[in-house]
Design a protein. Structure first.
Length: 95
């Protein structure tokens, strides 16, 4: 699924599967998802919220990425990883 479609799905009140959330997060840390796309998705999450399952998936992914930070330091921009972790924290606080 295209990132645009994932943003629209959340904007319209849909629920993401684990695979879709992984696509968004992994795409962002790899650079395939741009900052403005992530910002649009975050706004949709802010407006529509996340289910308990979506929040749990995001939390698990944050933990995995944090554990891999040193291993992927050359592949993943530290700023992007930190931004993702911050966004996950904000999502959990909003909900």
């Amino acid at each position: 699924m295209r990132v645009y479609d994932l943003i629209a799905k959340k904007r319209d009140g849909g629920t993401h599967s684990r695979e879709e959330l992984e696509q968004i997060v992994n795409g962002y840390v790899s650079g395939e998802v741009t900052d403005y796309q992530m910002a649009a998705w975050m706004m949709a999450v802010y407006l529509r919220g996340m289910t308990d399952e979506e929040t749990a998936v995001m939390s698990r992914m944050s933990a995995v990425l944090a554990d891999r930070r040193d291993k992927y330091r050359n592949k993943i921009a530290t700023e992007q990883l930190n931004f993702h972790l911050f966004c996950t924290f904000v999502i959990r606080k909003i909900i």
